[in-house]
Ligand binder design. Sequence first.
Ligand code: 1HE
Length: 261
Amino acid sequence: MDTTETLVTYELKGAVALIGLNRPEKRNAISDRFVEAIDEAVQRAQREARAGVIFGHGKHFCAGLDLAEHSEKPLFEAVKGSRRWHAVFDGIERGTIPFVAAISGAAVGGGFELAASTQIRVADQTAFFALPEGQRGIFVGGGGSVRIARLIGAPRMGDMMLTGRALKATEAEAWGGVSYVVAEGEALTKAVALAEQMATNAEFTNYAIINALPRIADMSSEDGLFAESMVASLATMTDDAKDRLRAFLEKRAAKVQDPNA
Ligand code: 1HE
């Protein structure tokens, strides 16, 4: 039983949609209703915003699959549930706008899988990552065997699943699981700043980054290079590209900042 009325909060802040997992009394564990609420918010964000942030209300990002609900499911219902997670998370990974996960506390099991479907992960110093499926007698079912394995490598993912080890934010960063580590309580602020920055990019380029990069990673080099040329040429044809290139040549656009300066 969900006690929270609004499982997912939604707020549009300028061009950025803030999607809050809001079941803190159950550590934001994802039930069937919850995954539908996430989908609804993600779809709305794709219509209204140019970037999104997914965060957890309370101390934890997400404790993964709702184990109470899952333990009651017959086999085929479990299959359909997993396939639904795939569809919803695919809408995040390969939608029309980029998403950032702002992670505090637990990003465990399906919570790590949700974070892995976003384009960028920001963790604060309280964050920890684990895949306790081995101990629970189940398996990842929210796309982790594809997405988490690609982020950190299948052997490391296997290590996490076999041993149940939990990674701190800095360890997850060293393994490629997160891109930014910030001080306690700063994950959401940093994630919003990154989303605001991405929201200023050309829409088509963001779309191409989100949709072409993971597909090209699945292709042979030869096919990938060909696909890249097609996407690059399409991007150049947009009015946005023409305006932005002209702005640079007329010295109206920002230069790249030298991080050593
Ligand atoms: C839950 C869940 C959950 C908490 N499903 N109810 N995920 C896990 O194996 C992680 C299980 N959770 C934990 O290890 C801990 O809850 C946390 C480390 C995340 C947080 O600890 P803590 O001390 O802050 O909270 P708590 O006291 O353990 O939990 C508070 C309540 O949330 C409690 O319920 P209550 O009615 O006794 O108050 C917990 O039972 C409940 N709760 N996590 C259901 N996950 C698509 S396949 C993906 C496969 C997986 O995700 S496997 C990993 C599942």
